[in-house]
Design a protein around this ligand. Structure first.
Ligand code: SF4
Length: 191
């Protein structure tokens, strides 16, 4: 039986994008095909689980909304996992860098393209770009989505967490097809 490489499974509120504030179970897959300089995500391998074992860890949590994240979840998520989650009553969201095709049937796609890697997806339910001063219009022009989000890029300076939120606010004000997305889970100090 197929085993998926997993970093962690946890329950929290979705912190970013259109589903901000929605209770969700998160499945963080291990591994990524990109090497973004600002990446602060721990996606080391911590468990190899079958779809049934993933479901057993999800089901104690009351929400039936699951977010497949990473790392890059599209390296592993497949039709068998999508079917198993749907059979158990889950609505499935995925957070992907868009460089790999997705299995059919995912209910909500958050596409977060990065500087590195060629994006192969052309549609998403939301486009969410971490702003580092790059040309973000090329993403909005190439990818059809009902909503485009820009998110500040967090970093550490002299031991303090800082980000470029002023630059993002300014960009949105001057380019109004973009909306601000904040990492509200970090502001609230939750998962
Ligand atoms: S695509 Fe996401 S998980 Fe992968 S290296 Fe970049 S920021 Fe990290």
């Amino acid at each position: 039986m197929r085993r998926y490489r997993i970093n962690e499974i946890f329950y929290s509120l979705q912190g970013e994008g259109a589903h901000t504030g929605r209770p969700a179970a998160f499945v963080r897959f291990s591994g990524c095909n990109l090497h973004c300089p600002f990446c602060d995500t721990d996606f080391r391998l911590r468990a190899t689980l079958t779809a049934d074992e993933i479901l057993r860890q999800l089901q104690p949590h009351p929400a039936r909304f699951v977010v497949l994240t990473g790392g890059e979840p599209a390296l592993q998520a497949d039709g068998a996992l999508v079917d198993a989650l749907h059979r158990a009553g889950y609505t499935i969201a995925i957070e992907t860098n868009g460089t790999r095709p997705l299995p059919d049937g995912i209910d909500w796609v958050t596409l977060s393209p990065k500087e590195e890697g060629e994006v192969v997806l052309t549609r998403a339910d939301e486009l969410k770009v971490v702003y580092v001063g790059q040309d973000v219009e090329r993403y909005a022009d190439a990818i059809h989505a009902p909503v485009y989000y820009l998110q500040p890029c967090a970093r550490e300076e002299n031991g303090l967490a800082v980000d470029n939120r002023e630059a993002v606010v300014d960009y949105c004000l001057h380019h109004p097809r973009w909306r601000l997305s904040l990492q509200t889970h970090k502001i609230l100090h939750i998962r």
